[in-house]
Design a protein around this ligand. Structure first.
Ligand code: SAH
Length: 597
């Protein structure tokens, strides 16, 4: 919840705009401001104070505790010109909030956290628990001092401007790392003693399988888990979940142990656990819950390496068992469509994914299009035209190594682009995120008018990967079905007869005057477009930077724009429409609107 506090009429007006925009996320605190700030501080995760920074600082000072737990606070000035991230920039999310409030109120966000100003992700914002010399290493990154990244466990971190990066074995000795004498970021689930130049990031790699008899005390479960981790030299901060059998989902000792460790209790059906091969099966759980292993099987059921085999608690009789597994880190592959070219047609989500990735894979000309958006430290793997398969393989291989990878394509990356070859390579050991982009047909459609107002299809005329007779069959089908057709890859220097042939097939079913839209370099600096007709189109004016959209039998040119009527009955109810924009009205149809506009 975001608490809103104001003192003046202007402040209250801005406050009300925010409250109206975010009705479910905000709560207005009325009354004397001192009291309102204190109540909001105690009750909310974030505050927006429509007060001077000085006044806010004085009110907050006695309330401040710890930057990890304090609410994030944003101040908006009386004139509504600035949204200042005052405290809790990272932990409290105040930097993000200042940007969002700024967007909404048309105020400039003011962010003073060093890592944000330098466009670096703060080590405490990576979504992983951070320990050790976090401040010193962040400062070294900011100052451009060499910082080494030593990952013992692969994890898809965002880009960090590190001097060298190694994936080491988890058996490497501490002294080896410390000896290097430089600043370092270690990514490990092991208990380590970081020196004053090391920050440690804790990836959630450990799964603790637990079993418990009815009524097992939480202290016994927790003690067993903590002992097992300590004994194996593993950090509780890297525990991702406790896992057990469905029948124990509500066992209080397990539920409470998970809560105290701050992780979910995940449960599996006994039948599923019974199929997991484990080193230490036994009779007792088989009789009680129907699987010869609970702790080991629940820890191993999603794969991984058994680090601590089943052990029992020291109490007599022992009421709890546990086992610890390290799951391999999962890489992350984002398949990102960049849109047709213009920067403001690149979606905010695409932009976020480009900044999230530490490895960027793409065609060189597309990389150039967005290079300025990348964070320092991003590894760019670019290649030339024609290397699609290789790009797809590279992207997947990098993700399999545990990296955060963005594979880019123009328009939508799933339309005649990289998504399918990449996903054909990928197995389920990586996470895949797709970000849709504005594909050329849509970008062109918006320029031409409304050519895609009814059923339409895209056909690529490139016979590089598809035999011409398949393409021709599809063109014929589209022609016969009266679909609006957008041709991608319509014509290149070596491929010049396909477009005339395809247009001739359409002309068998459509009038010579059927509107045809030709758009070259949609949304790019040298964009051009025209609306012509099937008979008048000169294929020589079409190249690989172009899409060609051929209307259906109802498409008309109206005021220079290409319009395909939706053909629903509501349109026919409108009186006095110019004849050319209407479809013939079907006889004896009710005139009731059928679909909202
Ligand atoms: N993934 C892309 C399409 C790749 S196929 C997308 O979704 O848009 C390449 C073809 O797309 C080009 O030959 C051209 O026909 C078309 N194309 C891509 N971008 C274009 C643009 N900005 N203007 C016009 N056509 C474009």
């Amino acid at each position: 919840m975001i608490g809103l506090i104001s003192a003046t009429a202007a402040g209250a007006a801005a406050r009300d705009r925010l409250a109206a925009a975010w009705p479910d996320r905000t709560r207005v605190y009325e009354g004397p401001v001192g009291d309102a700030v204190r109540r909001a501080f105690a009750e909310c995760e974030q505050l927006v104070c429509f007060l001077a920074t000085g006044a806010t600082v004085r009110l907050l000072a006695p309330l401040l505790g710890d930057k990890h737990t304090d609410p994030g606070v944003v101040c908006v000035d009386e004139g509504g010109r600035f949204a200042v991230s005052l405290v809790g920039g990272h932990g409290g999310g105040a930097n993000e909030l200042a940007r969002a409030v700024g967007d909404l109120l048309d105020a400039a966000p003011v962010v003073t956290t060093a890592t944000d100003a330098a466009d670096l992700p703060g080590l405490d914002t990576l979504g992983l628990p951070a320990e050790g010399a976090v401040a010193a290493v962040s400062r070294a990154l900011l100052d451009g001092e060499p910082v080494a990244l030593r990952a013992e466990v692969a994890w898809p971190l965002p880009p960090l401007p590190v001097a060298d990066s190694t994936v080491t074995d988890s058996t490497v000795t501490d002294s080896l790392v410390a000896d290097s004498g430089t600043y370092a970021i270690r990514v490990t689930d092991r208990l380590v003693e970081p020196d004053e130049r090391e920050a440690v990031l804790r990836p959630p790699t450990l799964v603790v399988g637990v079993g418990a008899s009815k009524g097992a005390p939480v202290a016994e479960v927790l003690g067993l888990v903590e002992d097992a981790l300590r004994g194996a030299g593993l950090s509780p901060a890297s525990v991702a979940e406790l896992a057990t059998v469905d029948a124990k989902a509500a066992e209080p000792g397990l539920v409470e142990a998970a809560a105290r460790l701050g992780v979910p209790l995940v449960t599996y059906p006994a039948g599923e656990l019974a199929r997991v091969a484990v080193p230490n099966p036994s009779e007792a759980p088989l009789a009680a819950v129907g699987t010869p292993s609970v702790a080991e099987a629940a820890a191993l059921v999603r794969g991984g390496e058994l680090l601590v085999p089943k052990r029992k608690s020291a109490a007599r009789p022992a009421m709890a068992t546990c086992a610890v597994v390290r799951r391999p880190g999962r890489g992350r592959l984002a398949v990102v469509g960049l849109g047709p070219g213009a920067r403001d047609l690149l979606t905010p989500r695409a932009r976020a994914e480009l900044r999230r990735a530490s490895v960027l894979v793409g065609l060189d000309q597309y990389v150039d299009q967005i290079r300025d958006l990348l964070r320092p430290g991003t590894r760019v793997l670019e290649s030339g035209l024609g290397a699609e398969e290789e790009r797809a393989r590279t992207a997947v291989a990098e993700a399999r190594r545990g990296h955060a990878v963005a594979l880019i394509g123009s328009g939508d990356a799933g339309v005649y682009a990289m998504a399918s070859p990449a996903l054909a390579e990928a197995s389920d050991d990586i996470d895949v995120v797709g970000v849709p982009g504005v594909t050329a047909a849509l970008a062109a459609g918006a320029i031409l008018g409304a050519p895609l107002g009814h059923d339409h299809v895209s056909i690529s005329l490139s016979d590089l990967h598809t035999p011409w007779d398949v393409i021709e069959r599809r063109v014929r089908a589209a022609a016969g079905a009266d679909l609006v057709v957008t041709f991608y890859n319509p014509r290149s220097r070596g491929r010049d007869w396909q477009l005339p042939k395809a247009l001739a097939i359409l002309a068998e079913h459509r009038e010579p005057g059927t509107p045809v839209g030709v758009v070259r370099n949609a949304s790019r600096a040298d964009e051009s477009s025209r609306v012509t007709t099937l008979a008048a189109l000169d294929p020589a004016t079409v190249d690989m930077m172009t899409v060609v959209t051929v209307g259906n039998t109802a498409t008309r040119k109206i005021a220079g724009r290409m319009v395909t009527p939706r053909g629903y009955r509501w349109q026919d109810t409108r009186p006095q429409e110019p004849q050319e924009s209407q479809e013939p009205r079907p006889p004896h149809q009710p005139q009731k609107p059928e679909e909202p506009k």
